[in-house]
Design a protein around this ligand. Structure first.
Ligand SMILES: [Zn+2]
Length: 381
């Protein structure tokens, strides 16, 4: 579910929209214009229903965006990296990197979204009431009331304690506080997400197939998405708990081959690539590591520009590369891995580059653990 087009940045946070949003806006607008509004405020011109319905559907997407922005802004204030927000078929997603420090931060980041939806819902309902009290009748009141109701519903649905819903995060925070262990809490909140997802799929399938109520198709889809997201989360938590005892030092490739930032892509392909079978190279300038370049990034440079483009220009800059120390547990590094460095981490000792960790190193370590759990020495925490 990538961004199909961008809405630019709001408070520095990148907002993108997937094309599937158009499907939702169209379906919503159709439902409102053909059903909801004529029933609530009969005998108005069709054009009035259509305009109001489109505006309402867009305002609904705006409400979703406000919900996600709240998550992202609070996440940023609590030390997480925000990659951006995407609106898509099943709502909004804030792509957050890193992990909150404590259950309190988890509650703040997860709780603020539903809170904003609740406030918006209350605001729209109040507005609908005021407009109605002022003697206005018709589609505008129906639209405001609908927006109020849907935002309240959104708040309520999102606090259902099932990962990856906000309520699942809140549940994780509570379990984390009780057990003192974030990963155990993550496993249980992910399980609750799987159970809720299946329940939603079964109920929705029953209503669609037996009662022929096709409006539940969307919920069946949502349930399916929740199951797969919760399953991925529980796998992630299990992997992390296994890698808690493995120090980075043990899985990293020490003293990686570095490349100068001033070398062009063409030179690199001619002189470096044939000699080394690596897929990622730390980039250095004046003896300092300044970034990480991957063969994937190199291949994206158009052939005609490879003679002029330097590695320094295509590298993922150091501040965006996940960094680690040799003695920390691999589990602590996982949340920092990101798309810019293609899930690789650079390992530093006292500011000096000591090694590199690739996804292959991590999966090899996991394989070894599952074959021989006692093989790894304990990581210093
Ligand atoms: Zn949320």
């Amino acid at each position: 579910m990538g961004d199909s087009f961008s809405l630019g940045r709001i408070s520095g946070i990148r907002v993108g929209v997937n094309w599937s949003v158009l499907v939702i806006v169209a379906l919503l607008a159709y439902g409102l214009a053909a059903g909801e509004f004529p029933a609530a405020a009969p005998r108005h011109p069709v054009a009035e229903y259509v305009v109001a319905a489109v505006l309402t559907a867009v305002a609904y997407m705006g409400s979703l965006l406000a919900h996600e922005l709240a998550h992202s802004l609070v996440a940023r204030r609590n030390g997480l990296q925000v990659e951006g927000i995407t609106l898509w078929l099943l709502g909004g997603v804030s792509r957050l990197q890193g992990e909150v420090k404590d259950p309190g931060a988890e509650v703040r980041v997860a709780g603020v979204g539903p809170l904003v939806s609740l406030l918006l819902g209350g605001g729209f309902l109040l507005l609908a009431w005021l407009v109605h009290a002022a003697g206005v009748r018709g589609v505008a009141v129906a639209a405001l009331a609908w927006l109020g109701g849907i935002n309240v519903l959104l708040a309520v649905f999102n606090v259902i304690p099932a990962a990856p819903l906000d309520g699942g995060r809140l549940l994780r925070a509570v379990l984390w506080r009780i057990t003192g262990d974030r990963l155990t809490a993550a496993v249980w909140s992910a399980r609750s997400g799987q159970v809720f997802g299946w329940a939603l799929v079964v109920v929705a399938a029953y209503l669609v197939l037996v009662r022929r109520d096709y409006s539940w198709l969307w919920f069946a889809l949502l349930g399916w998405f929740l199951i797969s997201a919760a399953t991925a989360e529980s796998q992630q938590a299990v992997i992390q708990s296994r890698l808690r005892t493995v120090p980075v030092r043990q899985i990293m490739t020490p003293d990686p081959v570095t490349v100068p930032a001033s070398v062009t892509v063409a030179q690199f392909q001619a002189d470096y690539l044939p000699l080394h079978r690596h897929s990622a190279f730390p980039v250095v300038a004046d003896g300092q590591t300044v970034g990480l370049v991957t063969t994937h990034r190199i291949n994206q440079v158009p052939v005609g520009e490879r003679g002029q483009t330097t590695l320094g220009e295509v590298a993922c800059p150091l501040p965006d590369v996940a960094q680690a120390t040799p003695d920390e547990p691999v589990a602590d590094v996982l949340p920092r891995l990101n798309a810019c460095s293609e899930s690789r981490a650079l390992v530093f000792t006292d500011g000096h580059l000591a090694g590199i960790v690739s996804p292959t190193d991590i999966s090899r370590a996991l394989e070894r653990i599952s074959r021989n759990p006692g093989q790894f020495e304990s990581a210093r925490r």
